[in-house]
Design a protein around this ligand. Structure first.
Ligand SMILES: Nc1ncnc2c1ncn2[C@@H]1O[C@H](COP(=O)(O)OP(=O)(O)O)[C@@H](O)[C@H]1O
Ligand SMILES: [Mg+2]
Length: 152
């Protein structure tokens, strides 16, 4: 498992980082995105979806009200935003636990709102608002590429 930290200076740079992450992911993986409103969680998700070939980046928007968006291209992504979730009943209505029986990447914004149960590998990403266009992005649990594993 690798961990890394990046600082980006524009949303485009954050999308690019997301693309790199997405290109190295294989389902099934749970990605937890923590950070304040506007820290770039949805922006990063655009890149991840693009990098996995799951969706066009411009089609990836915040699931603030519907709580879940589903993208299916070369890979399947469920993009979940728990910011507005009220209780476990909502969670059951959304059927999030069922996503884990599919071969997918599940990306969750505001994961601390609820305890999600899964035995999938988890990638934890923390985004911090440093300055107007500057974000610090810390990533833990990224699967190593075969190239990296060969070196260690
Ligand atoms: N380096 C950066 N990375 C990501 N977003 C940035 C950056 N600089 C400015 N922004 C802006 O910050 C906002 C991030 O919004 P969004 O990705 O929806 O955040 P969240 O999903 O965490 O609430 C966007 O308006 C984006 O253009
Ligand atoms: Mg968001």
């Amino acid at each position: 498992m690798a961990s890394r930290e990046s600082v980006t200076h524009s949303s485009e740079e954050t999308i690019r980082l997301g693309r790199e992450i997405g290109a190295g992911l294989k389902p099934s993986v749970l990605i937890l995105l923590s950070g304040d409103l506007g820290s770039g969680k949805t922006t990063l998700t655009k890149g991840i979806a693009g990098g996995m070939g799951a969706a066009r980046e411009e089609d990836v928007t915040s699931p603030t009200f519907t709580l879940v968006h589903k993208y299916r291209g070369q890979a399947l992504i469920y993009h979940v935003d728990l910011y507005r979730i009220e209780d476990l009943h909502d969670l059951e209505t959304l059927g999030i636990e069922d996503f884990f029986s599919e071969q997918a990447v599940v990306i969750v914004e505001w994961p601390d709102k609820l305890q999600l149960r899964t035995d999938w590998p988890v990638v934890r990403i923390q985004l911090e608002h440093v300055a107007e266009d500057t974000r610090r992005i810390s990533i833990e649990g990224l699967p190593q590429t075969e190239e990296q594993s060969a070196k260690t």
